[in-house]
Design a protein around this ligand. Structure first.
Ligand SMILES: Nc1nc2c(c(=O)[nH]1)N[C@@H](CN(C=O)c1ccc(C(=O)N[C@@H](CCC(=O)O)C(=O)O)cc1)CN2
Length: 283
């Protein structure tokens, strides 16, 4: 039997409706959520994501700024700009689009963002808060994965979740969030022996490695929930995930497509974080 599709776009649209109502309530009380997105360089995919972030702000009535800087911008210039937005009361969230040009150290940039405006959830203090279970701004893609699971009735509690990938942006935080939701979590990576065998033990399998169509049907336990975080561009220009969707479709119980699965949730969770930061800014 064919897996049920987890329609990220639809779920994301309905969450945005909820956010819009909340934002209107907050505005009526005198607080307009504000987000600044900073893009350094001309990476084509980043340009699209930044444009979509600005559009989402517009749709929700947020105050928004997009700062586009040339690829040659120095690290010092970028840090000074972040410092200015840290002190700007109109701005509740600061997001620096990744990847950055090679001469800029990502960690220095992330560390420079005031933790209360860290709507990406990448600041070490936000990461620490997530680890110890304190309330914090959560990284957007991992938070989106958890929303997709919950809103399709796939509660992680008591399940075995296997995460393939250990990046700071997705693999590690999604594992931590699944743990927080009472799943038993295994994190796998390129040096995990017998990767397909480990993956096949998962009730919830999350693929976040950036290897096109890595996960085949033999990696999937029949009926498992398969969450594909990969967004890979093939030589023919088409997008595909880290999961071989067509191969896995008849084995999985639930599956996210690419595009239209996890991807749309990323910007929606960013909007949710900006709203939360705005609410918190009122003290
Ligand atoms: N500062 C950050 N940089 C980056 C992040 C991030 O969360 N914070 N994540 C990614 C890029 N990203 C948002 O910034 C992002 C990626 C993918 C999508 C998305 O909607 N994907 C669609 C397909 C889009 C397409 O056609 O290319 C999908 O999967 O359906 C949104 C946002 C790296 N950088």
């Amino acid at each position: 039997m064919s897996a049920q599709l987890i329609e990220g776009k639809k779920i994301s649209d309905s969450i945005r409706e909820e956010i819009k109502l909340e934002a209107e309530r907050l505005k009526a009380e005198g607080t307009v959520p504000g987000l600044v997105v900073i893009l350094v360089g001309e990476d084509p995919a980043s340009q699209v994501y930044v444009r979509n972030k600005a559009k989402a702000c517009e749709q929700l009535g947020y105050y928004s700024e997009v700062v586009r800087l040339p690829a040659e911008t120095s690290q010092q210039e970028l840090l000074e700009l972040i410092g200015r937005y840290n002190r700007d009361d109109k701005v509740n969230g600061i997001l620096v689009q990744l990847p950055l040009p090679k001469h800029i150290e990502e960690k220095a940039v992330i560390d420079a963002i005031a933790v209360e405006k860290d709507v990406d959830g990448f600041h070490p203090e936000s990461v620490g808060n997530l680890m110890i279970g304190d309330d914090t701004l959560l990284p957007c893609t991992p938070a989106g994965v958890i929303e997709l699971l919950k809103r399709t009735g796939n509660d992680p509690a008591g399940k075995h979740a296997v995460v393939i990938g250990r990046s700071n942006i997705v693999g590690k935080p999604v594992a931590m969030l699944l743990l927080r939701e009472h799943a038993t979590v295994t994190i796998c990576h390129s040096r995990t022996p017998n990767l397909p065998e480990v993956a096949r033990q998962a009730d919830i399998l999350v693929a976040a490695v950036g290897v096109p169509k890595l996960v085949k049907k033999e990696w999937v336990k029949p009926g498992a929930v398969v969450i594909d975080v990969g967004v890979n561009r093939l030589p023919d220009g088409k997008l595909c995930g880290d999961v071989d969707f067509d191969d896995v479709l008849d084995t999985a119980g639930w599956i996210t497509p690419v595009p239209g699965g996890v991807g749309p949730m990323t910007i929606t969770m960013l909007m949710a974080n900006t709203l939360k930061a705005a609410r918190r800014s009122r003290g």
